[in-house]
Design a protein around this ligand. Structure first.
Ligand code: EPU
Length: 427
């Protein structure tokens, strides 16, 4: 377990460039198994989830090399189809490997991912989609055993536009015989990035970014060099940081059009937003105004992954704001932590009612999940006094050197590895 000490009273100001996208990099790393030649990913974020995914690829026999943000995976030597239990347990998205392992080895054996901090996260749609492609799946002793000697294209009509299920089915279908059509596919930009990667490897995929994705199976792909898209959620997090601290932050190397919903909310809060082709600046007023209602939805709706950060910002905004979390059933655990910092909020099932207070105060809080943890960092920066956040390893699953990035913007986050002293715990 690691902890961070966040100094309150910061005003984030300056310019930072954004890391590569976690949610694009993870399925693309899984997809490297589909080709038996080296693949180099540029802008591959150095975050725990990506390192764990690389660890799993190594355990399957791939050779992996990282030089700064360039990661090369050579899966020509891979032979394993059994995903390691401990590492896969660390990384929920290890489930995305089912599709590519099955396509490559005609067999896959993966641990069943357990419950999680933001909801149950079942994988029924993943398994249903793979079965539609003719995979035989048995769930035995907490493991998922798949056989797919004759994967063949099919129409897969998803009941819900699940991001992971769409990606898993795309991966399995790349080398299946014939054509696969995914209807009601998720439209997230990361799926477009996955399609671009797959096409760069010689696979035939089109339609990503719309609800219909078509994959024409080919026998094999080839190696490539590919640049992972910028992380829209990390971009949004630092811009929300400007909003909550009354600051002025520019994020470069990003795609502002992918976070229009957040930028719209920040404007409603009274921030001045300036968009350029690949950068975006947010200048905050002294005190934010609350926004009536925000409901999370699949893309192009307001992203669930930015809900906690907006929640933190609205906690000090003038007036009452309402947020409905429609994607994950329990993604409000940051609400109780923010209350420890003086925030006023009430949770009624999937809806949060937030009454902004003038100032938060430092407290001892817990990061229950990645984005909720990031929201606590933002709140801690804006608060009066210091905040200690425990379980910050959860934040490091998706944020590259968050302490340095915040340092570059004038804030202070100090890492305190291994444990908390009792005095702090009682604060
Ligand atoms: N769902 C099912 N059955 C399934 C799959 C999903 O009922 O088989 C439900 C989930 O329980 C959830 C909803 O569908 O209620 C949405 O889940 P989805 O499958 O779309 O999400 P995911 O693929 O598990 C990805 C991101 C998440 C992000 C969501 C939604 C990755 C690695 N993860 O998860 O990212 O919140 O899409 O946009 O791409 C994060 O980065 O913090 C994060 C959690």
């Amino acid at each position: 377990m690691s902890n961070w000490l966040v100094h309150g009273g910061a005003v984030l100001e300056g310019t930072v460039s954004v890391q590569g996208s976690k949610n694009a990099a993870l399925p693309i790393l899984a997809a490297t198994l589909l080709v038996e030649e080296p693949v180099t990913l540029l802008n591959c974020p150095a975050i725990r989830d990506a390192e764990n995914m690389l660890g799993i690829l190594k355990s399957l026999g791939c050779s992996v090399k990282r030089e700064a943000d360039a990661v090369t995976v050579d899966s020509s030597t891979a032979s394993g189809f059994v995903l390691p239990t401990a590492l896969s347990g660390e990384l929920r998205s290890s489930i995305f490997l089912l599709g590519s392992v099955l396509a490559r080895f005609h067999e896959a054996d993966a641990p069943y991912p357990g419950g999680c901090e933001i909801g149950n996260r079942p994988i029924d749609l993943h398994l249903w989609g793979l079965k539609r492609l003719n995979a035989q799946i048995e769930e035995r002793g907490g493991r998922i055993c798949c056989k797919g000697g004759n994967l063949s294209g099919a129409v897969v009509d998803l009941e819900y536009p699940s991001v992971g299920a769409t990606e898993n089915i795309m991966l399995a279908a790349c080398r299946a015989a014939g054509e696969t059509t995914i209807c009601n596919a998720a439209c997230e930009p990361e799926i477009v990035d996955l399609q671009q990667f797959l096409c760069a490897c010689g696979f035939r995929v089109h339609g990503a970014g719309t609800p219909t994705v078509v994959i024409e199976g080919v026998e094999r792909g080839h190696g490539t060099v590919f640049r992972v898209m910028p992380d829209r959620i990390v971009t949004g997090t630092y811009l929300a940081g400007a909003a909550v601290t009354g600051g002025d932050v520019t994020v470069t190397g990003t795609q502002p059009e992918l976070i229009e919903t957040l930028l719209g909310k920040l404007s409603e809060c009274g921030c001045a937003v300036t968009r350029n082709a690949d950068s975006v600046r947010v200048r905050a007023p002294k005190r934010l105004r609350g926004v009536g209602f925000t409901g999370t939805r699949p893309y192009p709706g307001f992203p669930t992954d930015l809900q906690p950060q907006l929640f933190a910002a609205l906690s000090t905004a003038e007036g009452t704001s309402v947020i409905a979390e429609n994607v994950f059933e329990s993604r409000f655990r940051h609400a109780q932590e923010l209350r420890k910092m003086g925030a006023k909020n009430r949770i009624l099932d999937r809806t949060a009612i937030i009454t902004g207070v003038k100032k938060l105060h430092g407290a001892f809080v817990t990061a229950h999940d990645l984005r909720g943890g990031a929201a606590l960092v933002l709140a801690g920066l804006a608060a009066e006094g210091d905040t200690t956040i425990q379980h910050t390893e959860r934040i490091e699953r998706g944020y590259e050197r968050m302490d340095s990035v915040i340092g570059a913007l004038g804030g202070t986050v100090i890492r305190k590895e291994n444990g908390i002293d009792e005095e702090e715990k009682t604060r």
